[in-house]
Design a protein around this ligand. Structure first.
Ligand SMILES: *Cc1c(COP(=O)(O)O)cnc(C)c1O
Length: 360
């Protein structure tokens, strides 16, 4: 068996311990004589799995009792529609455009009402986070929407926008559980789990209870109503059962690692190794304004497309895979999520230093 260092932006690296545990339980989950994949979602053992997953997530994020936790399907992209369908009472929402995912959410929302782009960093290829301290938030906005960590461009909101009292909705797909958050500052926090938590197929929605109601836009599909899922404990229909089970294991792993404060320290340490190297390199450079750098996704370039391609090729041969930048940005991107060990980053930097020495 040869494991590589996988810098994929998603689906992405998972803790080896979790994968091994899942492998051990594959044929017989805790004496049930079956895999979790084969188990009824209405069974007692499965109820325990989903209940524990929810409780562990609540513990990790310190989620207050007046927030529901929903385990849903459809990916983060489906929430681009679910959010306006459930929240657009006045049919007005404000979007901060910091990259492609925010833009897609904004475009989707336009189908259901008036979506306003109240700030954007498109003018500099989304390489920074705009100043959001005093934005022209619409008087009747049902919510203000952000993508908190921009997976493709490698920027992160270090302070949340001033929403002037409006509900904040945040897509945290690529920074989920990477550091502590104050849940009370949000109306909805949601994210696909395939970046930092588990296998593709699960999206987690953390939503304040007063935002859940039957008062949704006409024509909202049953499956997109938060109330249906909240009333049924995420078991209205068959949930992504195996995926939730793996998420639950990752939550337990995170608790064992010391929780989100410890993960933050670890993630800062890992990211610093890479950013410090980039700041001192004569060949490579980061592409993002320093204050807005993500701890999770680190894009970088040499400035020479041919050399970039050569680097990606050689890196792959050396066991550092999925370093090619997003197809719309080019260059390289190292995604260094929670499960990427520190040695992975140290070895990548050593490899980059060697590549630099050979190519200058
Ligand atoms: C990957 C990603 C998405 C899209 O997720 P899907 O589950 O593929 O729909 C949305 N937002 C962000 C921030 C992402 O990183």
């Amino acid at each position: 068996m040869a494991r590589v260092y996988n810098f994929s932006a998603g689906p992405a690296v998972l803790p080896e311990e979790v994968l091994l545990e899942a492998a051990n339980e594959m044929l017989d989950y805790q004496g049930t004589g079956m895999s979790v994949m084969e188990m009824s979602h209405r069974s007692k053992p499965y109820q325990k799995i989903i209940d524990e997953a929810e409780q562990d997530l609540r513990d990790l994020m310190n989620i207050p009792d007046n927030y529901k936790v929903l385990f849903l399907q459809g990916g983060a992209s489906q929430q681009f529609a679910a959010v306006p369908m459930n929240l657009m009472k006045n049919k007005v929402a404000d979007y901060i455009i910091t990259g492609q995912w925010a833009k897609k959410a904004y475009e989707e929302a336009k189908k259901y009402g008036t979506a306003n782009a109240i700030a954007s960093s498109a003018d500099e290829t989304f390489s920074y986070i705009p100043d959001c301290s005093d934005l022209p938030v619409s008087e009747d906005a049902d919510y203000v929407y952000i993508c908190e960590n921009n997976t493709i461009y490698g920027t992160k909101f270090k302070t949340l926008p001033n929403t002037k009292g409006k509900i904040l909705v945040s897509d945290v797909s690529s920074c989920f559980l990477s550091e502590p958050v104050d849940v009370t500052k949000y109306g909805i926090i949601y994210g696909g789990v395939q970046k930092n938590i588990g296998p593709a197929g699960v999206v987690i929605v953390i939503i304040r209870e007063d935002l859940i109601s039957d008062d949704v836009l006409p024509g909202t599909p049953t499956m997109l109503k938060y109330k249906i899922h909240a009333d049924n404990g995420s078991l209205y229909n068959t949930p992504p059962a195996y995926g939730i089970y793996i998420c639950g294991k990752v939550f337990k792993w995170l608790k064992k690692m010391g929780g989100l404060e410890a993960m933050k320290a670890r993630n800062e340490e890992k990211a610093a190794i890479l950013y410090d190297f980039l700041d001192n390199s004569k060949l490579f450079r980061g592409t993002v304004r320093k204050e807005d750098r993500s701890l999770m996704n680190v894009p970088f370039v040499t400035g020479d497309e041919k050399l970039d391609a050569e680097f990606v090729k050689e890196a792959e041969k050396a066991g550092f895979v999925n370093l090619k930048g997003h197809r719309t940005v080019g260059g390289m991107r190292a995604s260094i999520y929670n499960a990427m060990p520190i040695e992975g980053v140290q070895k990548l930097v050593a490899f980059m230093a060697d590549f630099e020495a050979r190519n200058s």
